[in-house]
Ligand binder design. Structure first.
Ligand code: NDP
Length: 325
């Protein structure tokens, strides 16, 4: 049996993704070999592929996957062959049939969490947990603006916010996506392909604005996000789906209401083993309770990862996307 994995040797479009066949790797000390059953697609994979987030080349691709342990290296404790596990980094290389990972990067899957749910959710749901609960400290009753509400992170975020008693205004680019965002629990949806965001938010909040905006869209929504905030409100700018935010004049934050802006990345909120254990326990509990349901909008065979990237970047996907080896 051999291992198939994605690699790319230059930054560029989806066509730079190549497939390499090789021996199945053996785990070293402290490592395990995983046979993947499902791999999560994330927008960050496109940033790695294009070089927006610089990495050394050649490189593998993909941060999150789920599967079954098939071999253990020396010194690994707490796991055995056959265990179902998932991970969300470190390092790129999840687009593969098999992967060697450090045992301390793995999370055992609870019995009620299927592999594809775990692969689709672990990085995105952990992001949502960290941003809502430990970054923005959203409180019951807060009205929160969530951009790209029908996307992978977006749908999880809407449900999580509703589960903790917040009200949610979502933005989406089509009526089909608006229907999906409403079904996930959005109280209001703004079609930002058609309507202005900030005036819409003001209208929905009697002119007050919202205390928190979650913005994974970046360049195209940055100004509208600031303009939607109430005085001393917080913009959580956590992604660049439309391109990175650049050239910010700090004085703007004063003029628009002594605003706060943070540009968080998940890994700083999951830096210590204690943070990781607490965060993931909360993720499994929210998914297990049914308050937050994973929406796998589409699956692709692993070898069609390039097409999955095209569809994600063309805004054709909804919810989360899973690649199946
Ligand atoms: P999504 O499934 O949300 O896909 C991105 C969505 O962004 C699209 O569906 C689209 O929704 C919207 N969008 C707006 N403008 C554009 C554009 N010009 N090109 C493409 N899409 C656009 O992706 P993910 O759930 O994987 O990720 C969502 C965001 O979360 C990303 O920015 C990602 O980088 C970020 N993220 C950040 C993390 C962190 O640690 N900071 C961790 C994980 C994710 P619509 O058509 O409705 O506009």
């Amino acid at each position: 049996m051999t291992c198939l994995s994605a690699q790319f040797r230059q930054f560029g479009g989806p066509e730079v993704i190549e497939w390499v066949e090789g021996e199945i790797p053996a785990p070293g000390p402290g490592e395990v070999l995983i046979e993947h059953s499902a791999i999560g697609l994330n927008f960050i994979d496109t940033y790695h592929r294009t070089g927006l987030y610089p990495i050394e080349l050649p490189s593998g691709l993909g941060l999150e996957a789920a599967g079954r342990i098939i071999a253990l290296g020396d010194g690994v404790t707490g796991f055995e062959a056959g265990d179902r596990v998932a991970y969300m980094g470190p390092g790129l290389g999840a687009y593969a049939t098999h992967r060697v990972m450090p045992a301390d990067a793995l999370y055992k899957l609870p019995g009620d969490i299927p592999d594809d749910t775990a692969a689709a959710a672990i990085l995105k749901a952990a992001t949502v947990e960290a941003l809502i609960e430990r970054c923005a400290h959203v409180k019951p009753g807060d009205i929160v603006l969530v951009h790209a509400a029908a996307g992978g992170v977006g749908l999880l975020m809407v449900q999580w916010l509703k589960a903790i008693g917040a009200q949610v205004i979502g933005t989406v680019s089509s009526q089909a996506k608006a229907d999906i965002a409403f079904a996930a629990g959005c109280d209001h949806v703004i079609r930002y392909d058609r309507d202005e965001i900030a005036p819409g938010v003001r209208e929905l909040t009697d002119g007050a604005g919202v205390p928190v905006v979650f913005d994974g869209v970046g360049k195209d929504t940055f100004v509208a996000s600031l303009d939607s905030l109430s005085p001393r409100g917080l913009l959580v700018s956590f992604g660049n789906a439309s391109g990175p935010v650049e050239g910010v004049n700090l004085g703007t934050l004063a003029q628009k209401g002594s605003l706060f802006v943070t540009r968080p990345t998940l890994f700083h909120y999951y830096a210590s083993p204690e943070d990781r254990a607490l965060g993931i326990a909360r993720v499994w509990s929210m998914l297990g309770s049914g308050k937050v349901e994973m929406t796998i909008g589409q699956t692709y065979p692993l070898l069609e990862a390039a097409q999955a990237h095209r569809d994600l970047e063309a805004r054709k996907t909804t919810g989360s996307t899973v690649l199946i080896p």
